[in-house]
Design a protein around this ligand. Structure first.
Ligand SMILES: Nc1ncnc2c1ncn2[C@@H]1O[C@H](COP(=O)(O)OP(=O)(O)OP(=O)(O)O)[C@@H](O)[C@H]1O
Ligand SMILES: [Mg+2]
Length: 318
């Protein structure tokens, strides 16, 4: 099936060196000549530093993002000197197990691309198959186009992208969405960056069956599972941000909990940490709620006790 040629209207290509709207340097500011100047003008260094600081682990992902940022900064400098510069291909795939930070990193990526002027707005539109593919004939193209229109000027993040392709169903409308995506990824790549996310093995199979898609993805980032130590650090960070802390023995209990949870089905890395902490907060609240008459101190209110962790059903199995 061939989707008709189509272009999202009203999206003139910005000059590649044009800084992102709202963060433009003063018009009389000379074009940047050094990497430091581009980094300073675009405030990209700040996003990279935040990424380093806010996200635990992910060393290979952080390194790849620095590489991509370097490519873009050098591209800006080249354009500034009138050197041949094609809009670099920026479509990416983020593969990894659930809860490894793919969505979180995609949001930062959108910021970086925006600050360096590669997308006009830097917003992220996250979708899955159901947002792109219709149930009936004729419904898919308008749905996909509507999503693309919303994502123009930013990043389109397609979670579990491989569900678009269902070879077992000959008449699957997913193929229509793929065709439209392929065209836009090629023709409007200066104003839309597509990130495909999902499990690594399924994504590999998807790329094998869809060479057109594979050839348009320039950067493959693989998100490793977190170690228990990293999950503990993530837990510490989440608690601190929400003004909680582990009381005596609660940290140790949580580490034991993680060791058990890791081996359970549907383990979802940092997301499982977040969910476990949410449940612990609930138990803490119930415990305090029961003490009607006692004046609660700050200490009471911020502390998650070991019992709140050990109450998990995981410890009950024997
Ligand atoms: N390295 C990290 N450091 C701190 N927090 C993290 C890290 N990675 C993920 N998180 C947190 O874990 C939660 C899940 O992350 P995120 O949604 O980015 O994962 P995902 O890979 O997109 O998962 P899914 O495949 O389930 O959509 C978020 O609350 C996020 O803030
Ligand atoms: Mg996600």
């Amino acid at each position: 099936m061939n989707a008709p040629d189509f272009h999202i209207p009203g999206m003139a290509r910005p000059a590649p060196s044009a800084p992102a709207q709202g963060e433009a340097p003063a018009p009389d500011e000379p074009p940047a000549r050094s990497v430091a100047e581009v980094l300073a003008q675009s405030q990209v260094e700040q996003v990279l530093a935040e990424l380093d600081r806010d996200l635990v682990g992910l060393a290979p992902v952080k390194a790849r993002i620095r590489d991509i940022a370097a490519l873009l900064v050098i591209d800006r400098l080249r354009t500034g000197l009138g050197l041949q510069s094609q809009a670099p291909s920026l479509h990416m795939s983020f593969t990894g197990n659930p809860g490894t930070g793919k969505t979180t990193v995609a949001l930062r990526m959108a910021q970086i691309l925006h600050r360096l002027g590669y997308v006009r707005q830097g917003h992220l539109v996250a979708v899955t198959r159901d947002d792109l593919v219709g149930q009936y004939i004729g419904h898919t193209a308008p749905k996909t186009r509507e999503v693309l229109k919303r994502a123009m000027g930013g990043v389109l993040f397609i979670d579990e992208a491989y569900y678009l392709y269902r070879p077992e169903n000959e008449r699957d409308y997913g193929q229509e969405a793929i065709e439209i995506l392929l065209q836009v990824m090629e023709n409007q790549r200066d104003d839309l960056v597509v990130i495909l996310a999902g499990y690594k093995d399924r994504m590999d199979t998807f790329f094998q069956s869809n060479p057109g898609m594979s050839s348009r993805i320039a950067h493959h980032l693989d998100f490793p599972d977190y170690s228990v130590a990293e999950l503990m650090a993530i837990a510490g960070q989440m608690l601190e941000r929400q003004n909680y802390r582990f009381g005596d023995g609660a940290g140790e209990a949580f580490e034991r909990y993680l060791g058990l949870r890791l081996r359970q089905p549907h383990f979802a890395n940092a997301r499982s940490v977040r969910n476990a902490l949410d449940r612990a907060r609930l138990r803490q609240a119930s415990r305090l709620f029961a003490e009607r008459e006692r004046a609660l101190t700050r200490e009471d209110l911020v502390t998650i006790e070991a019992q709140e962790i050990l109450a998990s059903s995981l410890f009950r199995k024997d």
